[in-house]
Design a binder for this molecule. Structure first.
Ligand code: GLN
Length: 549
């Protein structure tokens, strides 16, 4: 029978609950448990696909084509598993199922209510995952912050769940923030106390408190939290700011998290095997050189909007013994003041990530043109491929080339709406989504990157390469080195004459792992390193857990 860990958050959002949930999963996994993770998002949207990444963070695409919360990406990267879309539960989905069943007549004669019908649906979904996937441990992260109206039914479900499954099978973890008042330098526990009070008022008593802090909790502060929050002293943990989020699992385990869980879940005699994780982590923390990458995008204001891209670049850097310095550049500015393109001369590589809509697109095209004409390594992702193709089309003389995403009446839409999208009006879950097989041509850069002729990568797009122009492009030096669906769809383009000018229709970042970087990202970072070798000068930036995950 599976064990469950519920992870709730207090005080405020954005403190890195996802990383802590994933770390707890890892602590179970290194003890030989089959682990999976679930993210509950109490909002009414059916999924994250229709939400603005600038506000909400990246839309993470799963292997089975779910448009999910970015925490799912964190779980995949920590646990090295593919998390199915059913693991991102939203209020939209829960209510839809219950209402659908009500219409069908499943509840005939009854008044359908939040308790028990909504809470039953929530618990059912968790039990189904545990049963169908035959896992030993399910980490359930409840999004939002305790005290939100929206998360109440989930906390109630968590309360009932523990009552039904028994305390030996369910552990509640509460993640809070312990701030330090600069004037006195004291770690303040009051916000944690209030948050736990609120949780207990709902009927959930945390077993474990994880305090997010700048520096380790002082012993007396730990004791105070234990006393006031009614948890064992050995169950108060610190999660302080770290150089890398991947240090989080061992940091918690060193404080006894694994021992506590083993005791509570009666899992005696399991030896944690951290060797491989530690080795990969150690390698990633020390670099001899550094590389400066410009990400030319639109959502530059929020690092979370492109978490997987950032992570994939870090993974590629770690595997190349290089620290990757990322800088986000709003491309609007290149449109108004083209001379500002010169800032790109400071960089060793240019990346244009996925995106939507025309704002900033001409600026991105200018950045790609700069990269191509200066032989600066370039990687384009999805929208980045579209714009790279438009840029190349203009370069070879199709001066009015564009994407029909910007102009549906365009004369030369080298990127066009996929034919199967013509009659699609609804926006939610209707793009071409999820993993598809890519066939890679021999003797190309792409083949060298993957080392084989096939790959499975994840997609999220409505527009693609217009086949009408393929022959013309290929006659003028561009190679489509990857394709899918019997060669109907172009998936990778490259310029063989360049150092590295490559773009993919898919989002390779979603499958990148520390220790196993995504091939296009790895190739790009290696090419950037070669372009301008630099020894490490700048100090590593301390990455705060909450800041990027
Ligand atoms: N806007 C483009 C499309 O819909 C690209 C999407 C993306 O970059 N994910 O096809």
């Amino acid at each position: 029978m599976a064990k469950f860990v519920f992870v709730t958050g207090g005080v405020m959002s954005g403190i890195g609950k996802g990383v802590i949930a994933a770390s707890i999963g890892k602590i179970g996994q290194v003890r030989g448990l089959r682990v999976t993770s679930v993210k509950i998002d109490p909002y009414l949207n059916y999924d994250a696909g229709t939400m603005n990444p600038y506000i909400h963070g990246e839309v993470f695409v799963t292997e089975d084509g779910g448009e999910t919360d970015m925490d799912i990406g964190t779980y995949e990267r920590f646990l090295d598993i593919n998390v199915p879309k059913s693991h991102n539960i939203t209020t939209g989905q829960v209510y839809s199922s219950v209402i659908e069943r009500e219409r069908r007549g499943d509840f005939l004669g009854k008044c359908v209510q939040i308790i028990p019908h909504i809470t039953d649906e929530i618990k059912d979904r968790l039990r189904t995952i545990a049963r169908d996937e035959a896992v030993d441990l399910v980490i359930v992260e409840v999004g939002g912050t305790v005290g939100d109206i929206e998360s109440l039914p989930y906390l109630e479900a968590a309360r009932e769940f523990r009552l039904e499954e028994g305390a030996a099978n369910v552990v509640n973890v509460h993640v809070t923030l312990v701030p330090v008042l600069d004037v006195v330098g004291e770690q303040k526990t009051k916000p944690t106390q209030h948050s736990v009070q609120e949780l207990r008022r709902i009927g959930v008593q945390p077993d474990i408190i994880v305090a997010r802090t700048k520096a380790p909790l002082k012993p007396e502060v730990s004791r105070k939290i234990a006393l006031f929050c009614n948890v064992e002293e050995s169950a108060v943990f610190t999660s302080q700011d770290m150089q890398s989020i991947y240090q989080s699992p061992t940091l918690l385990d060193e404080q006894g998290m694994g021992d506590y869980l083993a005791r509570r879940f009666q899992l005696n005699g399991r030896i944690p095997r951290w060797d491989e994780w530690r080795r990969t982590l150690e390698e990633s923390l020390h670099s001899e050189s550094e590389v400066n990458i410009a990400i030319c995008g639109k959502y530059a204001g929020l690092a979370d909007s492109y978490v997987s891209v950032n992570e994939a670049l870090k993974h590629a850097g770690a595997a190349s013994n290089a620290h990757v310095n990322l800088e986000w550049i709003e491309t609007d500015r290149f449109e108004k003041e083209p001379e500002r393109l010169n800032v790109l001369s400071r960089f060793d590589g240019v990346l244009v990530p996925g995106g939507f809509g025309s704002r900033g697109a001409e600026g991105k095209i200018k950045a790609i043109q700069y990269a191509r004409s200066h032989d600066l390594p370039f990687l384009g992702i999805c929208f980045g491929l579209h714009l790279a193709l438009v840029e190349y089309a203009r370069h070879i003389g199709i001066h009015d080339a564009t994407s029909s995403e910007f102009d549906s009446e365009a004369k030369n839409p080298v990127i066009y709406l996929m034919p199967e999208q013509n009659n699609v009006a609804a926006k939610g879950g209707t793009m071409r989504l999820g993993a598809h097989e890519i066939m890679i041509k021999d003797k190309t850069m792409a083949y060298d990157l993957y080392g084989r002729g096939k790959a499975w990568e994840r997609h999220r797009h409505r527009y693609e390469v217009n086949p009408k122009y393929i022959a013309e492009f290929e006659a003028k030096g561009l190679v489509f080195s990857g394709s899918s669906d019997d060669n109907r769809r172009m998936e990778i383009l490259e310029l063989p004459a360049s150092r590295f000018h490559l773009a993919t229709q898919y989002h390779a970042e979603f499958k990148s792992r520390l220790g196993r970087p995504s091939p296009p990202y790895f190739g790009f970072v290696k090419a950037a390193l070669k372009a301008k070798p630099r020894t490490l000068q700048s100090k590593h930036i301390i990455s705060k857990i909450g800041a990027s995950n």
